[in-house]
Design a protein around this ligand. Structure first.
Ligand SMILES: [Zn+2]
Length: 185
């Protein structure tokens, strides 16, 4: 959604880019405007939001938006849970494609900035918001602002906690199992 707004050069896209560059969480109203703009566009069947909502205010307002679309009971929240030391190691190792936005673990994929993106041949870089100062900033904002979101969804029984220290195959399996179990209800 953000990439779409950015490449369209929209006011939302430019505003969002400024916050991303500084490794800060979007203000509640900006993140919501991006999601609502897309939700109201209506060009979707099912969808997956990655990294949203990140604050209690966003979660509550997102519930209102879902309710307006008759979707509130269809929401599943996946919490990929990982200890901070492992997060630091993964982020330090992460390369992002400037063109398609795909991310790769440098060690796992035997890649560095001099190699082309395996997905599209674009240029790989370490993102500005993956530097350690920006990361520490994000982690502390996560503890303060995002953990309450997990509690919010836990209280309404919509949270599924997934152990993200497992292999990517095991994580995928756990996610698919949760989604299918929800479908059958
Ligand atoms: Zn690429």
């Amino acid at each position: 959604m953000l990439r779409q707004e950015r490449s369209a050069g929209s006011e939302l896209g430019l505003e969002a880019e400024k916050w991303t560059r500084e490794g800060k969480l979007f203000p509640d109203d900006l993140a919501l405007r991006v999601v609502k703009h897309w939700l109201d566009g209506g060009r979707w069947e099912g969808f997956l939001l990655d990294g949203f909502p990140r604050t209690l205010g966003q979660a509550q307002a997102f519930d209102d938006a879902l309710f307006a679309h008759g979707l509130k009971d269809d929401l599943i929240v996946l919490h990929l849970d990982l200890v901070e030391s492992a997060i630091r190691a993964r982020v330090a190792d992460r390369l992002t494609c400037c063109d398609c936005g795909a991310t790769f673990g440098a060690a796992f994929h035997k890649l560095d900035e001099s190699r082309p993106c395996p997905a599209c041949g674009g240029m790989l870089e370490r993102r500005a918001d993956d530097t350690s100062a920006a990361l520490e900033n994000r982690l502390s904002q996560y503890r303060e602002l995002t953990l309450p979101v997990c509690e919010y969804y836990q209280a309404s029984r919509r949270l599924v906690k997934i152990d993200a220290s497992q292999s990517r195959e095991a994580i995928h399996e756990a996610i698919m199992t949760s989604a299918l179990a929800e479908d059958e209800q």
